[in-house]
Design a protein around this ligand. Structure first.
Ligand SMILES: [Zn+2]
Length: 335
């Protein structure tokens, strides 16, 4: 096993690690210098509480919530419904490989939350083509590098564009994501992009997808905002609520949420995840969740031991080979 940050377990080969002579990574130094103090954190929590309790949309929706049916997004939806008076629209993208159990979970939690629920399924052949391309090359190296597998990043780009499109369509002032505190830092938990920032955001997600579909498609959306438009605010409530994975899963299970059995152990929603992980580990020598797991260690939500355990190399099991066949990939891709 190669070197890793002595504080957070981020592998030394990770592109953002830049371990110093003492074996401490750059994100840990950054965290030390910039992480909010307990007082600042309390201020942010208060600000979020106010925001989530007083925001009203132009139409019938106050917040669009991206929900895959996995534990984090299901929990985000449920808690937003429980803690706030917001009128919620849950949006699920069925990428053709989402576990049926995850879809059931999304429906169930949306129902319990009293949220409207929209499921959007792009054409399966297009999704296969997209994931085939993402397996072969890194489609989102700039936005996704070191954060997730290429396959996940391709899917996340579709999800981001669609959810932003829905927020615009509904005039919803809030767009909520179920990012864990390891995926999205506290400093970005209540982020209002300007129209020009959103333009950049949209083209960064869109351009790599367009390369796969040079003739265009009608399901890769291009939400555009003018300077005087009110842009939706991006909220990541999990960065501000106490995040304890075991307790989240236990509470969801009491609501009837069930862990899918047809996904690998690092996922609670998608059958493609194992393939994405295996390819990423072979290509780059570290786990695509390493950055998130290290972030959870850094913020005290996970032990180093557990983070290391979850970063172990994933074996090429029959499920991964089956999915890879479904995408029409050759076995050469694992060499
Ligand atoms: Zn570190």
């Amino acid at each position: 096993m190669g070197s890793e940050c002595i504080r957070c377990t981020l592998p030394g080969v990770h592109p953002l690690a830049h371990l110093d002579a003492n074996g401490v990574c750059r994100p840990c130094h950054h965290h030390e210098r910039w992480a909010p103090t307990p007082e600042q954190r309390e201020e942010l929590v208060t600000e979020m509480r106010l925001l989530l309790n007083s925001t009203k949309g132009e139409g019938s929706i106050d917040a669009v919530v991206a929900v895959s049916g996995g534990k984090d997004s299901s929990w985000t939806l449920y808690e937003m419904a429980r803690q706030t008076p917001l009128r919620l629209l849950a949006v699920t993208i069925d990428n053709g490989f989402l576990s049926n159990q995850a879809l059931d979970n999304a429906r169930r939690i949306a129902d319990i939350a009293g949220a409207r629920h929209e499921i959007f399924a792009p054409p399966l052949n297009d999704m296969r083509r997209l994931f085939h391309a993402a397996a072969e090359t890194e489609l989102h190296p700039e936005t996704g590098q070191g954060r997730a597998s290429s396959i996940c990043n391709a899917c996340i780009a579709v999800i981001k564009l669609y959810c932003l499109h829905v927020a615009q369509r509904e005039g919803a002032p809030l767009l909520a994501w179920g990012w864990s505190p390891g995926q999205a830092p506290l400093s970005s938990a209540l982020y209002r992009p300007t129209a020009s920032m959103l333009d950049i955001f949209v083209s960064r997600q869109r351009e790599p997808l367009e390369k796969v579909f040079p003739g265009g498609t009608d399901w890769i959306f291009e939400p555009t905002f003018c300077e005087d438009d009110v842009t939706p605010r991006f909220v990541h409530p999990l960065a501000l609520w106490d995040y304890d994975e075991r307790s989240i899963v236990a509470q969801l299970e009491e609501l009837g949420w069930q862990r899918p059995q047809d996904v690998d152990s690092t996922s609670t929603n998608c059958r493609l995840n194992g393939l994405g992980v295996a390819l990423h580990q072979r290509r780059y020598g570290y786990h695509p969740y390493a950055y998130e797991l290290a972030g959870l260690v850094r913020t005290g939500s996970m032990s180093k031991r557990e983070s290391r355990q979850r970063q172990l190399p994933l074996e090429l099991n029959p499920d991964i080979m089956q999915i890879s066949k479904e995408l029409g990939l050759s076995e050469e891709i694992f060499r």
